[in-house]
Design a protein around this ligand. Structure first.
Ligand SMILES: C[S@@+](CC[C@H](N)C(=O)[O-])C[C@H]1O[C@@H](n2cnc3c(N)ncnc32)[C@H](O)[C@@H]1O
Length: 221
């Protein structure tokens, strides 16, 4: 089986289950036009996050790693009136594109894009916590630190999703790059964390071979 097949199946699924969405298409186009890297979640993954937030009944969402706000839009659209999403982004250019995309999507009133290193912003979020859903998708070597902060910003029942844990199999290759090593460290930390129930799922699709981890917080930090 090849990337071509995975892409064809993803296109088929997207064609049937994800109607054309001018707002999301415009967000991706603005990202491309601004020269941002094409590293957002796929449409099917974005909708998965959206459904997860709805299943969770999330009213407060934290995202670490905004890029152009594509996953942010999917997540924010799951919020009820009065809901809130905070998204952390290091690169001011990415944050600017995201803010414009969120404004076009009519979501600026419920989304706060905070610019700077996530590790510096996380300690300031105690007053906004607990978050019902946290999506970690930023610099991969820092994932374990972000996960530990996520636990502090959670309640019993909070859901934490971590993207890109499999990295085309790099997860099981100790000589893989620092991003994959970051994920090995993270999955080991997840396994050693008694306060959560967790698993990781391998995925294939338009984004290649990767996967995500998902944890529910049993006992907040
Ligand atoms: C994979 S992209 C996020 C994609 C986005 N979640 C989506 O699916 O549309 C990762 C983002 O994390 C940002 N980033 C990298 N290092 C960071 C850091 N230390 N703090 C906050 N954001 C960071 C990058 O600039 C990039 O925009």
């Amino acid at each position: 089986m090849t990337t071509e097949t995975w892409t064809a199946v993803d296109d088929y699924i997207t064609g049937l289950l994800l109607p054309t969405d001018p707002i999301l298409d415009a967000a991706q186009e603005a990202s491309r036009a601004a020269g941002l890297p094409p590293i957002s979640v796929s449409a099917a993954q974005g909708k998965f996050l959206h459904l997860l937030a709805r299943i969770q009944g999330a009213r407060r969402i934290l995202e670490i790693g905004t890029l152009a706000g594509y996953s942010t839009i999917w997540l924010a659209r799951a919020l009820p009136a009065g809901g809130r999403l905070i998204t952390l982004e290091f690169d001011p250019k990415h944050a600017g594109v995201a803010q414009a995309n969120l404004a076009r999507a009519g979501l600026s009133h419920m989304v706060d894009v905070r610019v700077g290193r996530a590790i510096d912003a996380l300690p300031s979020l105690a007053g906004d916590a607990p978050f019902d859903l946290i999506f970690i998708d930023a610099d991969k070597p820092s994932t374990t630190d972000y996960f530990k902060w996520s636990l502090k910003l959670s309640r019993k029942g909070s859901v934490i999703v971590v993207d890109n844990v499999v990295r085309a199999g790099g997860l099981v290759d100790p000589s893989a790059d620092e991003d994959a090593r970051g994920m090995r460290t993270f999955v080991a930390a997840l396994a050693a964390e008694p306060r959560v129930s967790a698993t990781a799922i391998q995925t294939v699709g338009i984004k290649g071979y990767d996967g995500f981890a998902i944890a529910v917080v049993d006992t907040p930090a």
